[in-house]
Design a binder for this molecule. Structure first.
Ligand SMILES: [Zn+2]
Ligand SMILES: [Zn+2]
Length: 344
């Protein structure tokens, strides 16, 4: 089969690889029907993710069709259309049993696909713990409607909205309006916030964000926009959706006393935590990766028309154009790419 293989920082190739096979009774083999590229894949390609070794097939966001299951798999069968969750979970370890499979302790648990286990930007993939990691797609939904549940929508909902504890009437500021920021805003809408404020330095991204945000401002205008919306108190929730020190620090400046900062971004260097201003403000800061437990809930939200992420797709490619798709996504500032979809 063909697959997108990481060959060390800055190097990737679309090349021939062996077809995957069942290694454990709990595995399934999925023929990938659609995949997409994530900002995390770009982090890997920059060499920021040391757990990903050269030779690894990248990708952790895809839909597909089950072609084979191990003897221990009982919830999906050959022919089922499925969403591949970016998180795999054993279902048995301490964290899985506590409802926190994103922290699964198994060597093939948590975020392993396209990281420490071959991933989904390929014609076929082996899915560990298929019973816990695959979600059937209802017949009346297209792949394109649900593919972003693999990662970004689950992440926005679980790590941004749920951990940030967004409540009806809240003023929510989302710093960074790339795919994760948009996902967070789309998910936050389910909870009827009073105002959603997107913050991004790129004018094109601010414009795109207005599909989901009430207001979109540049970073230097964020404090004024939040003050306007809150009588100067600060935002109820600030979601960090970039992964650099400035955006985390800005979130901590934008919240009200008692407010919540939900960090989603993948950080590669330390950020300052200004306890000299925050120590008495009773704030909550959360971090995390998704558990992907919300995927069934979000499938229902999409099926009922409450949530429609299909506008995230700005570019479409065929499988053999995977390298070109990467190029478009890597140059998002020029191409205005939000999500690039690969049809296999
Ligand atoms: Zn991702
Ligand atoms: Zn586990």
């Amino acid at each position: 089969m063909k697959a997108l293989v990481y060959h060390g920082p800055g190097q990737k190739r679309w090349e021939q690889m062996p077809d995957p096979s069942i290694l454990k009774d709990t595995d399934a083999i999925v023929r990938i029907d659609h995949s997409t590229i994530c900002g995390t894949d770009l982090h890997i390609l920059k060499g920021h993710v040391p757990t990903t070794e050269p030779g690894r097939i990248l990708g952790h966001e895809a839909t597909g069709t089950v072609v084979e299951v191990g003897r221990g798999v009982s919830t999906v069968e050959k022919g089922d259309r499925v969403i591949c969750s970016c998180v795999s979970s054993c279902g048995r370890c301490r964290f899985c049993r506590a409802g926190n499979p994103g922290q699964c302790l198994d060597e093939e648990g948590s975020w392993v696909l396209g990281n420490t286990v071959d991933g989904l930007q390929a014609e076929f993939a082996r899915i560990p713990f298929a019973d816990n990691s695959l979600n059937k797609i209802p017949d009346d939904l297209t792949d394109e409607q649900v593919i972003y549940l693999s990662d970004i929508l689950a992440t926005g909902y679980e790590v941004g909205v749920m951990l940030g504890h967004v409540q009806p009437g809240d003023v929510v500021v989302v710093v960074g309006t790339g795919p994760i920021g948009l996902s967070t805003m789309l998910a936050a809408r389910l909870f009827s916030p009073a105002m959603l404020i997107g913050v991004d330095p790129a004018a094109s991204r601010r414009e795109f964000a207005l599909k989901y945000a009430d207001v979109a401002v540049a970073p230097e205008d964020a404090a004024a926009a939040v003050a306007d919306a809150t009588d100067g108190l600060g935002a109820d929730v600030a979601v960090e959706a970039v992964g650099i020190p400035q955006t985390f620090e800005q979130c901590c400046e934008l919240i009200r006393p008692g407010g919540r900062v939900a960090n989603i971004g993948v950080h590669g260097e330390p950020a300052h935590l200004h306890l000299e201003t925050l120590w008495a403000k009773q704030i909550t800061i959360t971090t995390g990766i998704p558990d992907c437990r919300a995927i069934p809930t979000l499938i229902k939200a999409i099926a009922s028309g409450r949530m429609d992420p299909s506008a995230f797709t700005t570019h479409r490619y065929g499988l053999d154009d995977t390298m070109e798709a990467y190029d478009t996504f890597e140059r998002a500032a020029e191409t205005n790419a939000m999500k690039v979809l690969l049809k296999h």
